[in-house]
Design a protein around this ligand. Structure first.
Ligand code: ADP
Ligand code: MG
Length: 377
């Protein structure tokens, strides 16, 4: 019987997960090095320790019935430790190993018969000239491990720029990817249960600014055929990965209709925040259900939605303009309790419920609402 859930990582994803878990009657213990973390503020208990502090990981395992994580850049040794000491942890270290490493991840996706951008592994400077000849420019160099929100990425147009990026990466293993001229960026948030059942939310459409998600439009404005293929890809990946929990598959839709997988997140995803406000069972509740071996719920959108991230500007820690923002009854505000609004840090988001189509006027309304927000000391 599962009563207490452990979470490694105390950010906003952990927070929204904990809020749903608490609503369902579970207790939550979070492990995060930062005291009073976004998740720690709403959990029953926070263990303040590094993600790879094995003594703390042992305590987390001992004090809970199942452990999960909200972030893939944690130490794999922590998940392995829990597995080796008989604690129930999900997703497994096998899932984490693949999704932590962009090279393993892309090879895995291709082994499922699913297309990705052309890529090559870069360990030495010589690999770079070879990759540039076979794949060409424009390209992106990304650190194979540890990147998120566009961190650890360099866009390159020439071998010289590639060399500069290579030295900036200071010996980290890199992946060389062809820049994909996508028509739309999509994501499918899905959940797989231990019984191999998979449920998917409809593909959402994402806009990024320099690698950081700024807006998700749900459902994506794409053909039914593309929607179905995106769903099939996400289902196949979940099943072949044997993941138990909520995960997300990020995709590029090309002008010719082709879909390429960009990456897999083995956890709830920023592009699935809107599910809290417009579905009967959010991506976080599905995760609770999956890891506690409860039945999953076939998602149903009660309304269309536009989610906009609220990023810090490095100009004051207090949000302004909520009073104006909230005059619109279709807006649901979520803030994460972070003390410092560092430039481009994810501080919160809002979901705008959209009655009709999610079209350009609706997007313009969401952007105008977002423009009301600012920061002050
Ligand atoms: N091969 C690519 N072609 C075109 N755009 C890309 C490519 N790879 C990444 N991007 C852009 O950069 C964003 C962040 O890259 P991603 O690989 O998803 O890393 P992160 O882990 O930081 O989310 C993507 O959502 C996309 O907008
Ligand atoms: Mg991404």
């Amino acid at each position: 019987m599962i009563r207490r859930i452990g979470v490694i990582g105390g950010g906003q994803l952990g927070r929204m997960f904990a809020l749903e878990a608490k609503r369902m009657g579970f207790e939550v213990v979070v492990l995060d090095p930062q005291e009073h973390s976004p998740c720690g503020q709403v959990a029953d208990e926070q263990i303040v320790a590094a993600y790879d502090d094995m003594e703390a990981i042992e305590r987390l395992g001992q004090s809970t019935d199942v452990v999960t994580y909200e972030f893939e850049n944690i130490a794999i040794a922590s998940v392995e430790y829990l597995e080796q000491h008989g604690y129930h942890v999900t997703p497994t270290s096998d899932v984490l190993r693949i999704t932590q490493d962009r090279l393993l991840e892309k090879r895995f996706v291709r082994s499922c018969g699913i297309a990705t951008a052309d890529f090559a592994e870069i360990n030495r400077l010589d690999d770079l000239s070879e990759a540039s000849m076979s794949i060409g420019f424009p390209a992106i160099l990304k650190t194979a491990r540890g990147g998120y929100d566009g961190k650890g990425q360099w866009r390159i147009q020439s071998l010289d720029e590639g060399r500069a990026a290579f030295s900036a990466a200071k010996g980290a293993k890199l992946i060389y990817e062809r820049v994909v001229p996508f028509a739309r960026e999509l994501s499918v948030v899905a959940t797989r249960g231990a019984n191999d059942a998979v449920v998917c939310y409809p593909a959402g459409e994402n806009t990024h600014d320099r690698g950081i998600l700024t807006m998700t439009v749900a459902p994506a404005r794409i053909s039914d055929n593309a929607r179905l293929r995106a769903r099939t890809i996400a289902t196949t990946i979940g099943k072949k990965l044997h993941i138990v929990g909520t995960y997300c598959v990020e995709l590029f839709l090309l002008a010719n209709g082709e879909l390429l997988v960009n990456e897999i997140a083995p956890r709830p995803h920023n592009s699935g925040h809107y599910t809290i406000d417009v579905t009967q069972c959010s991506q976080y509740e599905q995760h609770v259900r999956a890891i506690c071996d409860l039945p999953l719920a076939e998602p149903k959108l009660e309304s269309n939605a536009i989610m906009m991230n609220i990023l810090g500007a490095g100009k004051g820690d207090h949000l302004t303009g909520e009073d104006e923002l909230l005059t619109d009854p279709s807006i649901v505000l979520h803030m994460y309790g972070k003390r410092h609004a560092v430039n481009r840090r994810k501080m919160g988001h809002f979901t705008m419920l959209v009655d009709g189509a999610v079209d350009e006027p609706a997007i313009a309304r969401a952007k105008a609402a977002h423009a009301k927000l600012g920061w002050q000391d």
